[in-house]
Ligand binder design. Sequence first.
Ligand SMILES: *Cc1c(COP(=O)(O)O)cnc(C)c1O
Length: 362
Amino acid sequence: MIPLVKTYLPPSDVLMPLLQDVLYSGYIAQGEQVEQFERSFENFIDSGYSLSLNSGTAALHIALILAGVKAGKEVISTALTAEPTNVAIKMVGAKIRYADIDIETGSISPESIMNKINSNTAAIIVVDYAGIPVDVPRIKEISEKYSIPVIHDAAHSIGSKFNGKKVGSFFPYTVFSLQAIKHITTVDGGVLQIQDHEEYERAKLIRWFGLDKKLDRLSNNITSQGFKYHMNNINATIGQIQLNYIDDVIEKFVSNGKYYDQNLINIPGLKVLNYYKGSEPSYWLYTIKVERRDDFIRKLKEEGIAASELHKRSDWHSFLNDFNEELPNLDVFYKEMVHIPCGWWVTQENREVISNVIKSGW
Ligand SMILES: *Cc1c(COP(=O)(O)O)cnc(C)c1O
């Protein structure tokens, strides 16, 4: 079966000697390797400061704290995402106010965001679902007009670009996940990309119990709530090596995605997604809309190809459904959406077979 997601790791003859050195170095907690990984990640993104963490969820949590979201406030978000996006909002005691999606792209609709803003709105979370950048210029405009900070959940979209710039540079906080099945993994981990240096320094305290690592333990004075969210030298070593492969790995996702963009057109009962002008997706998933989805999934399965909707929409979890909003575009989109294999493991031959199977009908 050609899977929908698969872990990428560097060749073992490259990874293992370096990993072994660090494992037995006597220092496996947060140290030199973490520092190096952060500086390398900053180079890759080319904007802002990288805060390495033990998960993307931790990055979301810290972003919400930095954005000043407090209990009782509201965060505008999308229901078309993985659960962590919206579970994190509940971690700070805030309520989730869902905006609808643009039906052509699956991304949060700027129009709908504007309709959901009220005096209680403390932040907006936007998600590059499947690796497709959101409508960056319009969301920036809204953020500035209403002075509401935007948290960019780019867990699916590392390496994506908008107007030639990489995701990670558009909003004050960008969340990356390095969990097992994302483009690139550190086994588990995440990065919060922060544009402001003072906020970056504050985030370091939140990452580690509220303690300042630059001071010795006895000179420290905890003044606010912190957590234990740091990355360790083992995960950072894997990350550092992954960064040598990241461009090639992402290029494979992109090449497959572009192939489908060109080959899955004019097929009865199938629609490909649109992208906002100026966006270059990194295609973590390849999402299409199909009629008779169950038949489609069955047909592909018979041919050894995984296909599914993958995510349950967040508002269908009762804990994540604060206002029971109507989301008519999402209703239509979610009924038809399905993902097909697109990642680094999908060969040129695989993608041809997948396209041909789809073209033969279901
Ligand atoms: C994977 C993911 C996260 C969280 O990542 P973890 O590293 O697993 O905590 C957040 N948002 C989205 C959309 C994701 O897919």
